[in-house]
Design a protein around this ligand. Sequence first.
Ligand SMILES: [Zn+2]
Ligand SMILES: [Zn+2]
Length: 561
Amino acid sequence: MSDPSDLVFVALGGAGEIGMNMYLYGHGQGAKRRWIMVDCGVGFGDMETSPGIELVMADPSFIAEQSDKLVGIFATHAHEDHIGGLGRLWPQLKAPIHARPFTGLHIRRKLEEAGVDPRCLNIVDVGETIEAGPFKVRFQPVTHSIPEAASLVIDTPSGRIVHTGDFKVDDDPQIGAPFDLEAFRAIGSKGVQAMVCDSTNVFLPGHGGSEAEVIRPLTDLIRSAKGAVAATTFASNVARLKSIATAANDAGRAIVLVGRAMERMVSAAVETGLLRDFPKVISDYEAKDVPAEHVLYLVTGSQGEGRAALARIASGSHPTVRLGEGDMVIFSSKTIPGNEPGVVKLWNQLSERGVHVVDESSPELTGRIHVSGHARKEDLRALYESLKPRIAVPMHGEHRHLVEHSAFAASLQVPAIPAPNGTVVAIGGDRPVIVDQVPTGRLYLDGDTMIGAMDGVVRSRLKMARQGHVVAALVVDEGGELLADPEIRVIGGPSQSERWPMPLEAMIYEAVDEAVEGLPKRRRADKDIEEVASRAVRAVCARRWGKRPVVTVIVTRLEDE
Ligand SMILES: [Zn+2]
Ligand SMILES: [Zn+2]
């Protein structure tokens, strides 16, 4: 009998958080074990935990250190949380990447931007089987909120795995084929050992809405508008772009794509043949000559991203698009948790300009101008019943989602286990068992530079942001005597207060001067001076300012002639 741990699953990212998905399947034991990776995505930094960080990725060290055992990378769909890390991380992974055409187009651009030769990318047709070591992998189309999303059917000598990827069950997705439960039943009929499944909407009862359901309400809304209309959604939701554009066209409005991602996505969809009957588009310059009530702008920035088109329109700094009194902005989107402050700020800025803003929170529009791309409970149930997996492992969710999903699977008599990032789960037996733990972590893209989350860079940045920064520069002679007045700078802190007898810098100066002068002659090494000066700075700041700033003391020792 084969060992259940012949087949293992490990999440390096995406299990215990929503974002930066990176999953591994291993087959075999010890040095003979071979791995495939499914998805390699990113998350985004936020002001609370990672200010200034552009992108967050799962740390792939565990697999990068044995990249000769990694026999393939499979990308389920083109969302950033699934492919965003491929360009930056591929040089550590060096395995062939397999993806469907639309996904591949986006991966290719990421590879090229990162200077990686895109010949590592293999475009896969539906129905084709990719052999990678002991794995035979097939892409099974699913409906989601982006074209060409797929589940992976992974056959191994220890049984069949279905990795659902992100999906919902949509009978009328507008782009691509309807969800094919029959196909999943056929996949299940051969026996599914393990199903690794999307958990995003596991807390929501019932079935998710179809993409088709938003068309009528959007059309009514656009028809009701008197001035210009701007609509925003994820640019990658091509079906939604088409629905909005069709609604606008029906309402006699010309369509203008605003934002690089919007133009790129529409051209990618046209190029791959997904978007055939997209209404005619005019440029933002041409739109200047069209009356406002005959224009609809499709704009990027539904998540309040500071540099996206909508933020620039809201702040009045967009070069061509101006919105004001009587115009309307439609959010055909859901605000991702964490992005609320940015979206609220946008909304207020637009409101101050007299723009009428609508989103799905308006009672008459709830669930009507946006539908999620993820399966709710009844859709999950349908998939479990079609595939009849022996065991399940939830993924793509925060810890609470994984726990809820495990309980849900158990209620369907499918043994499941929450397996947060780093847990190695044996999935070859009659129940999932945690057999090991591997190191995980996060990498940050800071500007153009990759840094480790534990490198201390972000910790210092956060501390400076919250506490301010004081610099003291001291010049001493060989004997450690001060040769000049200490230079003090307070950065990100107050200089004056009516409660203080003198500026903060001056008080720090006096304390540092006194502390250094008070040092015995024989204890004036650089580090002694640094230490006593730092302590003096901290004491003054604590007593006078009531803060514990980051303190930097620089000692320069001038040698005697
Ligand atoms: Zn996702
Ligand atoms: Zn997705």
